[in-house]
Design a protein around this ligand. Structure first.
Ligand code: AMP
Length: 448
């Protein structure tokens, strides 16, 4: 692969690269440098860990002349406060030998301090969309000098419901500007945003490659249910020496809380949890403690952990099997960074087996299966979700039935109240009533 010297970059940037110890550009860096430098719009499909922050900052910093002007010329939008902090730190490292002013702004903290910082002047502003918009509305910040816009983790941003703020911010930016966007996955929402606001963008994809990262050892366990998964995890985590820094992934907040409560009883202060219902302060503290190795185990959902740079993780545990195989790649990408070796475990139930197979198909490998150690108790306890249920076709109140009596009724004898609105919906869809009741239907429509 080419070296950084082919990029024709300033001495200041070269020194920073040397300090960082980067030997050669990553694929996303190699491919995006000339595109971003040319001033074209660009869409990068790349996940965290590919070096994407440097991929956009290197050409941008290279092309950023010294200026005393107060209003920012580069705007980087990211979905979370944690990412703002991380991206600001990265930019500060890259621009160590340059005269560049970088400022991070995000919600959840007092706005006045941020306003004071803006007044001092800034070249690059890194922001979450909501707070950025508030600062513009309060006239503390002007965006008319922004020449380059970077939106990172667009998929997450749209997932968090920021489309409205993003669109509003677009309206406030100068028409003549360069747009650069990074997303780990391409979704319909992302595509629509590109279509609406980008001009003939060049797409560079170093997305999920078919091969797993070489320095990650992957294993899986076939586990009957949630509580047995807990028993297995607890068993593994007893080995404090090799399980020195463990990231445990679950797909939703509810499981995260449930799992945390169970682990907390056994491991106490060794374990923390992050998900979007926790306050930002709590999340930041949890991540800091984890990074400083004050807590050994961090339970997280996919959205929260994406975009975070968590160093030297010994193990990633996929407590559940993600239904989108790409998410698995994101998860295991948290370990085995650079030259470090990492291990990943995937726990799957029978129901999750197809998702596991989809992951294996994407990576084109089969994940070695391990036997559950004999001392792990196989639990018979089922979570509410795992209990056998009867699913009604139309259940507007989302009441799940687990009552026995109901099950025992035969299909034929069951009376289901489909309700008025449902009737209207299918009526509209099929243009004729689906219930037997309307005896006059044919008569009425006969002469039409
Ligand atoms: P990112 O995908 O931007 O979150 O970057 C992931 C990690 O890779 C960060 O810790 C970067 O400092 C690091 N990194 C970025 N570029 C390189 C490179 N060319 N060589 C080695 N590490 C890099």
């Amino acid at each position: 692969m080419e070296s950084f010297s082919t990029f024709k970059i300033s001495k200041q940037l070269q020194y920073a690269i040397e300090d960082l110890g980067f030997e050669k550009p990553t694929p996303i860096q190699s491919q995006s440098f000339s595109v971003i430098q040319s001033g074209k719009d660009m869409v990068g499909i790349a996940q965290t860990g590919t070096g994407k922050t440097f991929a956009y900052m290197l050409p941008i910093l290279q092309g950023l002349p010294f200026s005393m002007q107060e209003q920012p010329r580069v705007l980087v939008m990211v979905p979370t406060r944690e990412l703002v902090i991380q991206v600001v730190e990265e930019i500060e490292k890259f621009s160590k030998y340059m005269n560049v002013r970088v400022l991070g702004v995000y919600g959840g903290v007092n706005m006045n301090r941020q306003k004071e910082a803006i007044v001092l002047g800034t070249d690059v502003i890194v922001a979450t969309p909501g707070r950025l918009y508030d600062l513009v509305l309060s006239r503390a910040l002007q965006l008319k000098s922004v020449k380059k816009l970077v939106i990172d983790e667009v998929d997450v941003m749209l997932d968090l419901g920021f489309r409205f703020q993003i669109t509003n911010i677009f309206e406030l930016l100068p028409k003549r500007r360069q747009n650069v966007m990074f997303s780990a996955t391409m979704t319909d929402d992302v595509n629509e945003l590109i279509h609406d606001f980008f001009t003939a963008p060049e797409t560079i994809s170093v997305a999920v490659s078919g091969t797993p990262l070489d320095n990650i050892k992957q294993f899986c366990y076939s586990v009957p249910n949630f509580y047995t998964k807990i028993n297995l995890l607890v068993n593994l985590l007893q080995d404090t020496e090799s399980f020195s820094k463990v990231l445990v992934f679950v797909s939703n907040k509810k499981s995260a809380d449930l799992l945390f409560t169970e682990l907390d009883e056994i491991f106490g202060e060794e374990v923390a949890v992050i998900h979007s219902n926790k306050t930002q302060n709590y999340r930041i503290r949890s991540i800091e403690n984890f990074n400083e190795e004050k807590t050994r185990i961090l339970v997280t959902t996919d959205i929260m952990a994406r975009g975070l740079d968590l160093d030297s993780i010994s193990h990633v545990v996929n407590f559940d099997t993600p239904p989108f195989p790409e998410n698995y790649m994101h998860r295991i990408g948290r370990t085995g960074r650079a030259e470090q070796e990492g291990t990943s475990f995937l726990f799957y139930t029978e129901k999750e087996e197809p998702a596991k197979e989809a992951i294996e198909a994407l990576m084109n490998v089969s994940i070695p299966l391990l036997e559950i150690p004999s001392e792990v108790e196989i639990s018979r306890q089922l979570t509410y979700e795992e209990q056998p249920k009867h699913h009604e076709g139309n259940n507007p109140l989302n009441i799940e039935d687990s009552g026995k009596g109901f099950h025992e009724k035969s299909e034929k004898n069951r009376k289901v109240n489909l309700g008025g609105s449902y009737k209207r919906t299918i009526k509209k869809k099929y243009k004729k009533p689906k219930t037997k009741g309307d005896k006059n239907f044919n008569r009425r429509n006969k002469n039409k």
